[in-house]
Design a protein around this ligand. Structure first.
Ligand SMILES: [Zn+2]
Length: 114
């Protein structure tokens, strides 16, 4: 499962940062996930909960912030946002001459540590 390996590398990243800064436990991790990142948030939360058990993040809560897809249409010149996971055409003029400019983020926003 794709989300399992993401959860594991996410945990490695946050525990590394936490230990480097001399903290003993992680309370929350906030993650930015774009709609087009190809990640199922529920699967990621599930994988995180399993993978965190034996780490200093065992009590940590993963909070996912969703970033909608943003795009630009070169036919009608519109900039648009989409809540869909996949966007293939302009929602205004239906042209497929679009460029996706946002929504594939997978990034840690911040975390709370103790
Ligand atoms: Zn358009």
């Amino acid at each position: 499962m794709h989300e399992a390996s993401i959860a594991i590398s996410l945990l490695e990243t946050v525990t590394d940062i936490c230990q480097k800064d001399g903290y003993g436990s992680i309370e929350t991790v906030r993650l930015k996930v774009g709609r087009a990142a190809g990640i199922l948030p529920d699967a990621l939360l599930f994988a995180f909960d399993i993978a965190k058990a034996s780490t200093i993040a065992s009590q940590a809560e993963l909070i996912i912030e969703h970033i909608p897809i943003g795009g630009f249409c070169s036919d009608c010149g519109s900039e648009f946002n989409s809540e869909e996971r996949y966007t293939y055409s302009c929602p205004i003029c239906s042209s497929t001459a679009i460029k996706i400019t946002r929504g594939d983020e997978l990034q840690i926003i911040d975390m709370e540590v103790n």
